[in-house]
Ligand binder design. Sequence first.
Ligand code: ZN
Length: 259
Amino acid sequence: MRIARYTTGDEPLYGVVGGEDGSEIVATLVGDPLYAGIELTGQQLALAEARLLAPVIPRSKVVGIGRNYAAHADELGHELPTEPLVFLKPNTSVVGPFDPIVYPAQSSEVHFEGELAVVIARICRDVPTDRWKDVVFGYTVGNDVTARDLQETDGQWARAKGFDSFCPLGPWIETDLDPTDVAITTELNGAVKQQGRTSLMLYDIPTVISYITSFMTLLPGDVILTGTPAGVGPMRPGDDVAVTVEGIGTLTNKVVPRD
Ligand code: ZN
């Protein structure tokens, strides 16, 4: 099931997306499915009449996994981590499909990082690897936008990865995906820059969830960005960046200058 968050001009609504590609229909839900479950109002509209929003606003945090693909660690000249490398992005960095990524004045090297994002279903701590599915609501597409120059000079990554608009998520949450071996593709202005498969993760999703929850509680709506494959690179104002995860969809954003 595809669950979108959208607006037609007023308050954000939630809906189930169905129908053929290019002529999708949204069936409106009574409330936030993370809390209210899947209950339809009976109303429907064409997806084209809705503006998609980030499918989830993380209740407390976006947890990132760094250097989780060997070829990406290698391209940045880093050793492979001996445990999952965990960082945080603030929930204020989240934006939705087609929202602008604002190029900050403090950086001159802003990179795209196309990633599979995991949406957490329930409050959880100390999740064993064989229970990981119990705490997953679904999957969406993420772009872990990173000011690469600040990441190197700051040491801590809060600024480099935490600017407003540096965490596009969308276009919707797919609840039925098998995430173990799906393709991740990032295109910049239509040219393919990243092509990877989730089967190449150093630490798979069960391991990552178990590791994170060994030291912090995850809340419903929290998001895990599972790492980026090789091929990261710079974006400039005016660029269009599109991340596609097989079985979910495509997340497109435009980079704009800070005004
Ligand atoms: Zn990343």
